[in-house]
Structures are given as structure tokens and as C-alpha cells.
Unconditional design. Structure first.
Lengths: 354, 133
């Protein structure tokens, strides 16, 4: 039984768009939330790994050039995935399914990047075969999910939009496990809190340096900073003195939490610098934008001393960036080395002599 | 605070940045220089506030407190509240949902925190209870 998968990652399905109470449409991030780093890795990468683990041989990612331009890390990481740039994902899915059929692949998963589901995918395929329908759609207790299994040869006219409206001839597969739709920055917070709290199987990248505290490579945590478990500090991020990161908070890669700032029940997305003596609570921050989940509002901070993209600092400092790069490469974990025996005293070799 | 002092309600402009904040403060300054100023800032129009605006609000409350007065905020929209919280300034101000509530709060007479007790030399005074309390 050959298995394939088509992951749809399009601008139309952009989930980073945030709609406030007054109907404002402002994006927190320019890329879909599935492409945003969540505890070290984007969700789409985790989804593809999940498919690989289930024995899916061929994975095709349908996306647009704009998305890849906005998140180059995706293209670099998905080296074993065929990336196809499309304008109309609906027709492109059919093309891929036809090609799979020609290659002898019987069944394929078709899924959107905004769904994270922890389920036995093989069981899903077996259910689909038993149901003897051309297509089977996954459901959870909240309703239909953008996750299907299709027969590549029998269901060559897959309509992505129509499937959302009516599933007359489709079988339904109920997922009882952990499911999260990534439609709002609040969903991002929820999945991070669930992961750090052990509610779902997703684990942060990096090492668990203390119970519940995950630190990725190159992260620098000042001795006077406090990290309260569960929490995640990403690659090359800095937590300065007197800062506090607590209550299921995550600080993604290349961030800086400056002196005395509190990050509580919040997620700081990659490449964000949070200024000194601030309270970031119940929020998701990216660059100079912050979504307050408590007040359901998106703030755009004009003052770069308060919040900004970390790269802005690098441009301003110029030379300092290269120096700091050279300086900060060792992971925190490796810094905690076991004490070795002191070298033997040699007369004349030591700088301090009586 | 004596409830006979008048409460002044002042509307904050839609944007409180360095330029508009200075103009707003100049308008407010004579009121802040009165004896025990009691000011309610109606923030229902306030959409944008930056760090310069926050500084002006802090300057207002500083001036009011110097003269044993207070500045209270009313009808603050979610975005400015989130900014105040981010900058850790929200706890310095009393924030009310409406201007009426904020005005009323100035007139509320505080109840005595500790109940009146009998003097120690009174015949009905019981030492054990006094110690326990």
C-alpha cells in the first residue's frame, strides 16, 4: 500500500491574520501560523514528520513564492519534501493526486497546514479502506477538519473549497485524540501551553535542563534571570538579568528579553526584542506587534525601545553583531561543565607570583 | 479627602503622543495646580498612546499627588489598557468603566477600617478578646 501526502500552504489559508473586536484585519505575522516557529520548529514541519513516521513515502507541499520568501527557514528545513509553487491550490491538488496515481500510490492524505492532529494516521487509512468511499474526512468534537484521505486513482477531482461546504459522498473519521486548529494567535498560545503542560505529545526542541525548562542551543540566560517551569527558551535567545519567564511561556529563537521584563503566559515569536521593565502577560508578541489575548486587541508599538525586531538592533549596531555572533555560540547546557582538577602549579607559568 | 472639592472631568484626545500630549498637559496644568485636584480623564476617545503619552499621564498623577489630589481614568479602550499593562503603569491609576463611576468614587466616604472598641479602662472591656483580636 503506497501512501502519499499533499500539504496545502497557501495565502488564502493564511492564519496569521488577526481579527479584533472592531473588525480590524491586521496580521501579527506575515506568514501563516503553520510556518511560525513553535518551540523551535514550525508546525508544518512537525506535521510532515508525523506523516513520515506513519510511513508516508511522498510528501508534496503546495505553497506560493510569497510564503516561502517570508519564511525562508521552511524551504531550508523541508529538504525531503517536494515543494510546488501554485496559484490555485484546488487544481494543483488534483494534479498531484493524478501523478501519485500514475506512480502507483493508492492513498494520499490531503491536509492544510493549520491543523495539528495527534492521531494514528494508519488507522485513519485503514478506516478509509473499510469505508469504501473515494474520500474520508477527519472530524473532531468541534466539527470537520481540513484533513482527508483520498484514493488517488478514484478521486482525481478533489475540490478543496467544495469539501469544506458539503461532504455528501465522503466518509467521516472521528479523531478522539488531541486536535488544534491554528486560526488565531490564541491557538498558538494554547498549543504551546498544552505542549509544555504535557497535554499533547508535541515536545519542544532543545534540552530539558531542569524539569519543565527547555533551553535550545546558544540560548543565554543570565544568572539573575528567573525561568519558572514550564517554559521554553529558543536558539540564540537572551534572557537578561532580573527578567522573569513564567507560566508556560515560550521565547523563540533570536529573541531578547531585556532587563527586568516579565513574560507571563505569553509567547515571544522569533526575532523579537522586548525592552526593559515591561509586563508581557497573556499575549503573543512578534517584532513590534503584540496581541493581548486578555483584551483581544493587537498593538503596534512604534517605540523601538519598547519592542522591535531583533534584526533592527543588528543593523544599528553593525560591527557589534558580528562580534556578538562570535561570542555567543555555545549552548547553555555545554557551559555547565563538570569541574576538572586544576592544572599543576608551575613556577613562572602563572601570572600571579609572590 | 474632603468630598466638597469639585471633580473635574477632562477628555483625553484620540492620540497621546509627544506633541499632542504636551498640548494636553498644558491644558490640564492649571487644574493640576489647584488645591487637592480631583481629575477624571475621560479616555473614551483615546486610541493611541505611546511612551511619551504614558510619561505625561505619570506627570499628571505626580502633580496631583503632590497637592493631595488624584487623577483617575475612565472609559479606557482595550488597546490603551493593554499598553498601560505592558508598561506596568495600570496599577498606578484607578481605572473605571465609566466617567460617572470615576466621579462617584471621589465622593465615596471611606468606612473606618477598624471597628470602634471600648477603652481599656472601661468596665465592659475584656482583655482576652482584645489580645485575640
Amino acid at each position: 500500500m503506497g501512501l502519499g501526502a499533499v500539504v496545502v500552504l497557501t495565502v488564502e489559508r493564511e492564519t496569521g491574520v488577526y481579527a479584533g473586536k472592531d473588525g480590524q484585519q491586521k496580521p501579527l505575522v506575515v506568514q501563516p501560523l503553520g510556518c511560525v516557529d513553535v518551540m523551535g520548529r514550525p508546525m508544518v514541519e512537525r506535521t510532515i514528520d508525523h506523516l513520515r513516521d506513519a510511513g508516508v513515502g511522498k510528501v508534496t507541499l503546495l505553497t506560493s513564492k510569497d510564503i516561502v520568501r517570508n519564511c525562508p527557514s521552511i524551504a531550508n528545513r523541508l529538504d525531503q519534501v517536494k515543494v510546488k509553487f501554485v496559484d490555485d491550490p484546488g487544481s494543483a491538488v488534483n494534479e498531484v493526486l493524478n501523478r501519485y496515481a500514475e506512480e502507483g500510490i493508492e492513498h494520499a492524505f490531503v491536509l492544510a497546514e493549520n491543523v495539528y492532529a495527534e492521531t494514528d494516521l494508519l488507522d485513519f487509512v485503514y478506516f478509509h479502506r473499510e469505508a469504501k468511499k473515494g474520500i474520508t474526512r477527519a472530524f473532531d468534537h468541534e466539527g470537520p477538519l481540513d484533513l482527508w484521505v483520498v484514493d488517488c486513482d478514484r478521486y482525481s477531482r478533489f475540490d478543496l473549497e467544495k469539501m469544506g461546504a458539503s461532504d455528501g459522498d465522503a466518509a467521516s473519521y472521528f479523531i478522539a485524540g488531541y486536535v488544534r486548529r491554528l486560526l488565531h494567535p490564541g491557538d498558538l498560545r494554547a498549543i504551546i501551553a498544552d505542549s509544555l503542560g504535557g497535554v499533547c505529545a508535541m515536545r519542544p526542541s532543545g534540552q530539558e535542563v531542569r524539569p519543565g525548562i527547555w533551553v535550545d542551543e546558544g540560548a543565554e540566560i543570565d544568572r539573575r534571570a528567573r525561568i519558572v517551569a514550564p517554559a521554553y527558551i529558543g536558539c540564540n535567545s537572551k534572557v537578561r538579568e532580573d527578567a522573569l519567564v513564567t507560566r508556560c511561556s515560550s521565547v523563540e529563537r533570536d529573541c531578547c528579553i531585556d532587563f527586568g521584563t516579565i513574560v507571563e503566559d505569553s509567547s515571544i515569536l522569533a526575532n523579537t526584542r522586548v525592552g526593559i521593565w515591561l509586563d508581557v502577560r497573556h499575549a503573543v508578541a512578534s517584532g513590534n506587534k503584540l496581541v493581548s489575548l486578555k483584551h483581544d486587541v493587537l498593538l503596534e508599538i512604534a517605540d523601538p525601545n519598547v519592542m522591535r525586531f531583533n534584526s533592527m538592533l543588528a543593523k544599528e549596531e553593525g560591527k557589534d553583531r558580528s562580534e556578538s555572533r562570535e561570542r555567543v555560540v555555545q549552548p547553555v547546557v555545554s557551559k555547565i561543565k563538570p569541574e576538572t582538577a586544576p592544572e599543576t602549579w608551575q613556577l613562572g607559568a602563572n601570572l600571579i607570583q609572590g | 479627602m474632603n468630598p466638597s472639592y469639585p471633580v473635574v472631568v477632562m477628555e483625553v484626545p484620540g492620540s497621546l503622543n509627544n506633541l499632542e500630549g504636551q498640548a494636553f498637559f498644558q491644558e490640564l496644568q492649571p487644574l493640576l495646580e489647584t488645591d487637592r485636584p480631583r481629575i477624571v480623564l475621560d479616555c473614551s476617545q483615546l486610541q493611541h498612546v505611546d511612551s511619551a503619552g504614558i510619561e505625561i499621564l505619570l506627570h499628571c498623577i505626580e502633580e496631583a499627588m503632590k497637592r493631595d489630589g488624584d487623577v483617575k481614568l475612565a472609559a479606557v479602550l482595550p488597546a490603551p489598557v493593554a499598553i498601560l499593562e505592558l508598561m506596568r503603569v495600570d496599577r498606578l491609576f484607578e481605572i473605571f468603566d465609566t466617567v460617572e463611576e470615576a466621579t462617584r468614587s471621589f465622593h465615596a466616604v471611606a468606612q473606618p477600617e477598624t471597628p470602634q472598641t471600648l477603652p481599656w479602662y472601661s468596665a465592659d472591656y475584656r482583655f482576652g478578646e482584645a489580645k485575640a483580636s
